[in-house]
Structure formats: structure tokens, C-alpha cells
Ligand binder design. Structure first.
Ligand code: NAD
Ligand code: DAU
Length: 351
């Protein structure tokens, strides 16, 4: 991308998006970064307070489902690069309201693709549409094996089906209209600023407040965890050095059964909170399983490693400590998020 290139990052007030926005704003002062986010329950501008007055950064509140608004936005800014993270992202919510996931994840993505195509159809040179996706599109693994970029798509939840569909549309626009694109499919992220409905921040918050820790089923489900800052670094690398039309898997090389992860988290939290070891484990409660619960995800990240030289920079033990320290050091953030107060920030800051 050339200096002063206008770059659109969607979903930049969410968990991963805020780290991507901060990474790009700090590292690339010559880019013009526009963060577009609808500020759903998952979007929190408090995540971005440290860069909100930066000269190469602008926040715009808006919905990727609003066709006229998106067209107008692209006409005005003529984005040369798009890094698309905006999505409904929580599997459990997709089970109760699948349509919301189709709207944002499928139709919203199509709106962005159409607007991008309309602007650059005559000449796509040096333009890029980067779609951020998930390993869940591949479905579930058995006890062995890894997801590679060649693994067939077999999504099992409405969330993963909507993400799979959006991946297919991005690839189809590349094939049909020669639109330059890259896609990355990443494993479970953890770290600062994650909304406490996902496993790690939910359990940290519950341990603080001595509330039950609801482990689904028998807890023998496996996920491959990646520290969110490492995901942001991978996105930078793929955006700048990824090959047009390629998919990259990103993973932590770090598989944990939920129950083992929760026990480790309990131990570390007990140590940090000055509680006796074993106290938080007593909060573990086995509850009804998630319908269609995928048994195991694990990523083969050798392509991004060999082709772009990427690998995770922190171990899980380091990353989990950093994460716990962040939540314990940012109790106000956690309180705002759990009380809903963070939703007033936009009014206060931008009215
Ligand atoms: P998140 O739910 O924390 O954030 C999503 C953001 O998108 C929020 O700020 C929300 O306000 C915004 N948004 C939602 N609907 C919108 C709309 N219609 N218009 C504009 N903005 C809208 O999600 P996350 O965990 O940060 O995930 C970001 C992306 O990364 C998603 O595409 C997700 O599928 C993908 N991903 C997530 C993980 C993970 O472990 N969290 C792993 C791999 C891939
Ligand atoms: O793999 C990438 C995906 O990881 C992303 O695409 C999704 O956006 C992200 O939400 C995440 O999906 P998961 O469903 O794996 O994450 P979640 O934190 O919801 O759950 C992790 C595991 O913990 C899963 O096996 C379900 C289990 N779980 C989760 C919650 C919230 C519990 O046992 N209890 C819980 O209360």
C-alpha cells in the first residue's frame, strides 16, 4: 500500500479488531485508517481510547448491512485496502438467532464486496480486500489431524456456516471479477479486551466474583488458542505480503482441552488473587452441552510459517498470565462491559 492509502478496517471496536486497529495506527503513521463499526453489544470504543486522537485514525459509526451508507462511504474515501473483521462472532448467540448472523456475516460482507468492486472495477492494481475468517468453517476434527488450507469446508453451527458462506463469496468475487483478495482462517483468540461471553474472559470474571464456571458437557472439547496480539501481527503480514487469491491458516500450535484450560486458569487466578490453590476449581459446574458442539479444532500453520515467516511470539502460559493481569488491572473496563456502561462512551466521546 502506498503512503496515505485510505484503509478501511471493519469491526475495529471489537475484540480482535481493536488490536488490529491499534497495531496499524501505531505502526503505519502514513496510512489513513478508518474504523467502521456499528457498535453492537460487542463493540466498545473504550478499547481504542489510547489512539482515538491519532492523526491517521478516524472512527465512523455505521452498519455494513446499510447498502446506501456503505456505497456513500466508499465513494467518499475510496478505500484501497479493506480489512474486514466486522461480524457476529459468538457461536451460542448464533444458535438462538441464526438470521442475525446471515445478515451481518453474509449480506454485510456482500455489501462491502460490491462497494469495493464498484469503486475499482476498472483497475484493481494495488488494491486488496482482506477477509478475516475462522477455523470453524472446517467443522470438527476427531482426536487426531490438523486443519490445512486444503481441508474441505463442513461448518456445523449457524455462525460457522455464515462465515463459510462469506469466505465463498470473497473467493467467488476474486474468480469472477478478478478482485484481489486474501482470506485467513484463525483459531480461538484470547487476550485483553475480549467480551466476557467467550470462555476465558467469562471465566475470569466469574472467578473474580466467585460465580459458577459453566463447563459445557464433559469439558473434553479441544481448542487451539492464540494470543490476540499475535493474530494482529499475522494480519499485518498477510495484508502486506500475502499472495493474491490465497488462504492462510493461523493457529497457536497450542491445543487445550477445555477442562484442563479451566483448571490452569483457576490455579493462576487463585495465585493472583491470593486465594488458596483449589478454591476457584470448586466453582467448576458441568452444564448442558452446546448443541452441535465441535469436538476439536487444531491448525496446521506451516503455510504462513514457511511462506511468510510467521509464528506465535508468546507461549500460552505467558499469554494467559498477560491476559489475567490485564483483566485484573482493568476492573473498570470489566465492570463497564458487564453493567452495559461502555455503551455510553460513544455519546460522551462523539456527541
Ligand atoms: P467481536 O464480536 O468481538 O467484534 C465484532 C465487531 O464487529 C464489534 O465491534 C461489532 O460492533 C462489529 N459489528 C458487528 N456487526 C456489525 C455490523 N453489522 N456493521 C458494522 N460492525 C459490526 O468479534 P471478534 O472476536 O473480534 O472477531 C472479529 C472477526 O474475527 C470476526 O470476523 C470473527 O469471525 C473472526 N475470528 C474470531 C476469532 C476469535 O477467537 N474471536 C477467531 C478467528 C476468527
Ligand atoms: O475457533 C475460532 C472461533 O473461536 C471464533 O471463530 C469464534 O468467533 C470464537 O467465539 C471462538 O469460538 P468457540 O465457540 O470455540 O469459543 P467460546 O469461547 O465460545 O468457547 C470455547 C470452548 O469453551 C468451546 O468448546 C465451548 C466451551 N464453553 C464456552 C463457554 C462460553 C464452555 O464450556 N462454557 C462456556 O460458558
Amino acid at each position: 500500500m502506498k503512503d496515505n492509502a485510505p484503509i478501511l478496517i471493519t469491526g475495529g471496536a471489537g475484540f480482535i479488531g481493536c488490536h488490529v486497529v491499534k497495531h496499524f495506527v501505531n505502526k503505519f503513521p502514513d496510512y489513513n485508517i478508518i474504523n467502521l463499526d456499528a457498535l453492537t453489544y460487542a463493540g466498545n470504543l473504550e478499547n481504542l481510547s489510547e489512539i482515538e486522537n491519532h492523526p491517521n485514525y478516524q472512527f465512523i459509526k455505521g452498519d455494513i448491512n446499510d447498502v446506501d451508507f456503505i456505497d456513500e462511504l466508499f465513494n467518499t474515501h475510496r478505500f484501497e485496502g479493506v480489512i474486514h473483521l466486522a461480524a457476529e462472532s459468538h457461536v451460542d448467540r448464533s444458535i438462538t438467532d441464526p438470521l442475525a448472523f446471515v445478515r451481518t456475516n453474509v449480506l454485510g460482507t456482500l455489501n462491502l464486496l460490491n462497494a469495493f468492486k464498484r469503486i475499482w472495477d476498472d483497475d484493481f492494481s494495488n488494491k486488496l480486500f482482506y477477509h478475516i475468517s475462522t477455523d470453524e468453517v472446517y467443522g470438527t476434527l476427531g482426536k487426531t489431524g490438523l486443519f490445512t488450507e486444503q481441508t474441505s469446508y463442513k461448518p456445523n453451527s449457524p455462525y460457522s456456516a455464515s462465515k463459510a458462506s462469506s469466505d465463498h463469496f470473497v473467493r467467488a468475487y476474486g474468480e469472477t471479477y478478478n478482485m484481489p483478495f486474501v482470506i485467513s482462517n484463525c483459531s480461538n483468540n484470547y487476550g485483553p479486551n475480549q467480551f466476557p461471553e467467550k470462555l476465558i474472559p467469562l471465566f475470569i470474571n466469574n472467578i473474580i466474583h466467585k460465580k459458577p464456571l459453566p463447563v459445557y458437557g464433559d469439558g473434553n472439547y479441544t481448542r487451539d488458542w492464540l494470543y490476540v496480539i499475535d493474530h494482529a501481527g499475522a494480519i499485518d503480514l498477510i495484508f502486506h505480503e500475502g499472495k493474491d487469491g490465497e488462504t492462510y491458516n493461523i493457529g497457536g500450535l497450542n491445543e487445550w482441552k477445555n477442562i484442563d484450560l479451566v483448571k490452569l486458569l483457576c490455579q493462576q487466578m487463585d495465585d493472583k488473587l491470593g486465594r488458596e490453590r483449589g478454591e476457584s476449581e470448586k466453582l467448576i459446574t458441568f452444564v448442558k452441552d452446546r448443541p452441535g458442539h465441535d469436538l476439536r479444532y487444531a491448525i496446521d500453520a506451516s503455510k504462513i510459517n514457511k511462506e511468510l515467516g510467521w509464528k506465535p511470539s508468546v507461549t500460552f502460559e505467558q499469554g494467559l498470565k498477560l491476559t489475567i493481569d490485564w483483566y485484573l488491572g482493568n476492573r473498570e473496563w470489566l465492570d463497564h462491559v458487564t453493567s452495559g456502561d461502555y455503551q455510553n462512551y460513544y455519546q460522551k466521546q462523539y456527541s
